[in-house]
Design a protein around this ligand. Structure first.
Ligand code: NDP
Length: 434
């Protein structure tokens, strides 16, 4: 905390991982001898840069860009870019730190990184977004590459922004290096099923967890926060598996539809019209819109999938979910539950799928996109989806096994942290003190 003052999200992410590792350090003293914790917590490189751009009125604006190249022990840095006004060093470092273990869990050869900017894409014209992305990439292009560091999307960065970023990278480098970014458009090197991957993957993971208690999505009532990329495709897969999704949200408020959310309406409002979720009630007058997005956790459900942002479920919301009978939580967003909220779920025997395992489907398919780019091939949707499904099952089994092996059976927080850590730590030891 002394070395990284005022970085509360970063401290939170590190605390959770390091507490999980206590039994590992007791069993494997070589990690202490090789100072793995001291090394793994320090990013290999942090880049912070000026992003000047000109708005539609001709005013010069300045934002701050970040890229944290956290750990390359098992592969090139890999992790998304977030454009949101709340972005700062703490947010990017917590996301980058989590990414190390998540990427390791996928079983693919990818290191950990994350980046972004405090730029707010809301209310900006396409021209403004393009000029911002071009300025951002003019600087970032010096530090990334298909074998070095491969960014992707995250909050506020979808296929439109990736397109502008890719165009500028190509212009700066003078060659078509498809593998430098993932989440690209299908026509120029993107992978089918990447858009769906994080949401679908979260549901595949939760399905495995439910099966262990003879539960399933079929006939369950589900609440999914957010209405962005992860949320929409988590809702879609949950519905395909027979669940009734009754609520979703955006940063202003949430909608409740007792008949079950109409996903086509949500997609139209969010993906096409770029409107607020409150517009849903115009088409569906039986639905109720309520201001204040955190109120979504008052809605009774069997399964809750937080898919919006960090710390969206605090202790009070967790207690409310438990008292309303929730059976399982699947984290689609990164670190959506506070440490206190996680305690509440675990103490009450609620099945809990932690983010770095449950939302690893997005980066898994990004790595499959890199593989397709290297091979100059594109796989069918079904092929990518079935690989994703197999990866999520594997992450579940590995996390479950690690939890059992280290004395915390059923605790997937501990299991995912340990299973992700060991591979990276061993690679760091084998590569010497670097
Ligand atoms: P999007 O930008 O597509 O959607 C984000 C959603 O969350 C929107 O509904 C947004 O509402 C809401 N939201 C964002 N910030 C806040 C906030 N501070 N308070 C309340 N609601 C908020 O992002 P994604 O769906 O891509 O990302 C969602 C989460 O999933 C993030 O935690 C991200 O890190 C994580 N994730 C994403 C992956 C991916 O592949 N995209 C992969 C792995 C994890 P509004 O429109 O009002 O801003």
């Amino acid at each position: 905390k002394k070395r990284n003052p005022n970085e509360s999200e970063f401290h939170q992410a590190v605390k959770e991982v390091f507490e999980s590792l206590i039994p590992v350090l007791a069993k494997k003293p070589e990690y202490i001898q090789h100072a793995i914790l001291e090394r793994i917590v320090e990013p290999e490189r942090v880049i912070s840069f000026r992003v000047p751009w000109v708005d539609d009125q001709g005013n010069i604006k300045v934002n701050r860009g970040f890229r944290v190249q956290y750990n390359s022990a098992i592969g090139p840095y890999k992790g998304g870019l977030r454009f949101h006004p709340s972005v700062n060093a703490s947010i990017i470092k917590f996301l980058g730190f989590e990414q190390i273990f998540k990427n390791s869990l996928t079983g693919q050869p990818i290191g950990g990184g994350k980046g972004g900017s405090d730029f707010d894409p809301k209310g900006k014209s396409d021209g403004e977004i393009m000029r911002f992305c071009q300025s951002f990439m003019t600087e970032l292009s010096k530090y990334i590459g298909p074998d070095t560091d491969v960014p992707a999307g995250d909050i506020g960065v979808g296929s439109k922004e990736i397109g502008f970023l890719f165009g500028q990278y190509k212009k700066m480098r003078g060659g078509f290096e498809a593998g430098v970014l993932t989440g690209k458009g299908i026509g120029y090197g993107g992978s089918l099923a990447r858009k769906e991957a994080t949401g679908y993957g979260t549901v595949y993971f939760v399905e495995e967890m439910l099966q262990d208690r003879n539960l399933s999505f079929e006939g369950s009532t589900v609440v999914v926060s957010g209405s962005g990329n992860v949320s929409i495709y988590a809702m879609e897969k949950a519905m395909q598996l027979g669940a009734k999704v009754v609520a979703c949200s955006d940063s202003n408020g949430y909608i409740y539809d007792g008949n079950g959310i109409n996903l086509e309406t949500v997609k139209r409002i969010k993906e096409v019209e770029k409107q607020r979720i409150s517009a849903y009630v115009t088409d569906h007058p039986q639905a109720i819109y309520t201001e204040n997005c955190n109120g979504i956790w008052t809605v009774p459900c069997d399964i809750a999938l937080p898919c919006a942002t960090q710390n969206e479920i605090d202790q009070a919301s967790a207690e409310l979910l438990v008292s309303n009978g929730v059976k399982a939580i699947g984290e689609g967003a990164n670190m959506p539950s506070t440490l206190e909220a996680v305690e509440v779920f675990l103490e009450n025997n609620v099945l809990f799928a932690p983010a770095k395992a449950a939302n690893a489907g997005g980066v898994s398919v990004s790595a499959l996109e890199m593989a397709q780019n290297s091979a100059r091939l594109s796989w069918a949707f079904e092929e990518v989806d079935s690989k994703l499904h197999a990866i999520m099952k594997n992450i579940y089994q590995n996390s479950k096994k690690a939890a059992q092996e280290y004395g915390a059976p059923g605790n997937l927080v501990v299991g995912a942290n340990i299973a992700g850590f060991v591979k990276v730590a061993d690679a760091m030891i084998e590569q010497g003190v670097i």
